[in-house]
Design a protein around this ligand. Structure first.
Ligand code: NI
Length: 171
């Protein structure tokens, strides 16, 4: 197992569109293992492969308090979404310390493959619904700040770039 580097916004690689996973094999399971290690270490509730510069449709998540309910979704798609929407304060491991409100459908039904390549469907609401939609956006090259106003996004981008410059100078 190894921990992977999480791309930091505004890294252009966060906007790449991920490809479908053709075969769920040992190679894919090794990526999943590393993604879980990376996500748990960073104390995140979800991580998309895009964020670790792997441009394949793979998501890992765990929204449980105890951090003992790992979820793997390969080639996920939303098959149903509620009309009702809800606003949540979202954050992202690619933008540490940045939080803002995003409105999304309150409930979604997602179809995906598990780590064995078996199809399953999942009804999600609340935090899990937000998390899965947020991570699925990553696979499409979309980051949550893309929902914010251009002005807010510009401010966040400057803040992130400044932080990255400072980190590079300190190194
Ligand atoms: Ni994210």
């Amino acid at each position: 197992m190894s921990r992977l580097t999480i791309l930091q916004y505004p890294d252009p690689r966060l906007h790449k569109v991920a490809a479908e996973v053709a075969v769920v094999d040992a190679r894919v399971r090794a990526i999943i293992t590393d993604m879980f290690e990376t996500m748990y270490e960073a104390k995140g509730v979800g991580l998309a492969a895009t964020q670790v510069d792997v441009h394949e449709r793979i998501i890992v998540a765990d929204v449980s308090e105890e951090r003992d309910e790992p979820l793997v979704l390969i080639n996920p798609e939303i098959v149903e979404r509620s009309v009702e929407c809800k606003e949540w304060e979202e954050g992202c491991l690619s933008l540490p310390g940045i939080y803002d409100k995003v409105e999304r459908p309150d409930r979604v039904r997602v179809r995906a493959l598990d780590a064995q390549g078996q199809p399953f469907e999942l009804d999600a609401e609340g935090l899990l619904a937000v998390c899965l939609q947020h991570e699925m956006d990553h696979l499409l090259g979309k980051v949550f700040v893309d929902y914010l106003s251009p002005l807010k996004r510009k401010r966040i981008k400057s803040k992130m770039l400044k932080r990255q410059r400072e980190a590079a100078e300190a190194a």
